[in-house]
Design a protein around this ligand. Structure first.
Ligand code: SAH
Length: 220
């Protein structure tokens, strides 16, 4: 990536990015592959120009339509939890928003199937992913609460919006041994990892988090 806007300058420079990676490491992110991919992926390209100078702060940032680009720590944490069971071939992402988490996943798994309910966000993310030449991604405008049944089952599912209860369809589309990582809760939310073992599901609870709600239906 050597065009100047991909490389970044000033507040989006490589040095600023290094500081973010250092911070993630200090906060306990120790998956080397995840850290390397986050180091080399230009988060500023996933934001409007007015927000781009804040891209390497460890904070969630607005992307319009009352949605946010997830905080880097949370992206790193969810990605690490998803990958902790071993390498993944087919991954479903629900609530792909800006496409930043999609870009990170695409560099770490075989194929990403991403569903977003807000059409303009989906179309903007499509352009960014193409620009970064990430071709192992399929994007769909739809209600991710329903998963993507035609493409399942999935080895991993990552959902970036919070339901009050885990959607049945996402469980149903997990392959044997597959893992679902998502925030769950109404007011107070926690990250959960749900692992499929035959017809049983094992649930583990991790960090307290704050995500936008998972909403049914689509928006044009
Ligand atoms: N990972 C994204 C997070 C965006 S915020 C990023 O970093 O940019 C969560 C996203 O989930 C929003 O874009 C919202 O529109 C989307 N979302 C909420 N409910 C959804 C649903 N049922 N299906 C698909 N996307 C949904």
């Amino acid at each position: 990536m050597n065009s100047p806007d991909l490389a970044g300058i000033g507040m989006t420079s490589q040095r600023t990015r290094e500081r973010l990676i250092e911070r993630l490491r200090e906060q306990g992110i120790d998956d080397f592959a995840v850290l390397e991919v986050m180091r080399s992926t230009p988060r500023h390209l996933f934001l409007d120009e007015a927000m781009a100078h804040r891209a390497y702060e460890d904070t969630a940032l607005p992307i319009g339509y009352q949605q946010t680009l997830s905080q880097p720590y949370v992206v790193a944490r969810m990605t690490s939890l998803l990958l902790a069971g071993g390498s993944l071939e087919r991954v479903l992402e629900v609530g792909s928003g800006s496409g930043y988490q999609t870009a990170i996943l695409a560099q770490l798994v075989g194929q990403v199937y991403a569903v977003e309910r807000i059409k303009p966000l989906l179309e903007a993310s499509r352009k960014r992913l193409r620009r970064l030449k990430l071709r192992n991604v399929r994007l769909r405008h739809g209600d991710g609460m329903l998963g993507w049944p035609e493409e399942g089952p999935f080895d991993g599912v990552l959902c970036a919006a919070a339901p009050e209860q885990v959607p049945e369809a996402l469980l149903a589309q997990l392959a044997p041994g597959g893992r679902l990582v998502l925030p769950v809760g109404g007011g107070l939310q926690h990250l959960k990892v749900i692992t499929r073992d035959g017809d049983d599901f094992r649930s583990e609870t991790f960090d307290a988090v704050r995500f936008v709600p998972l909403r049914p239906g689509v928006q044009r």
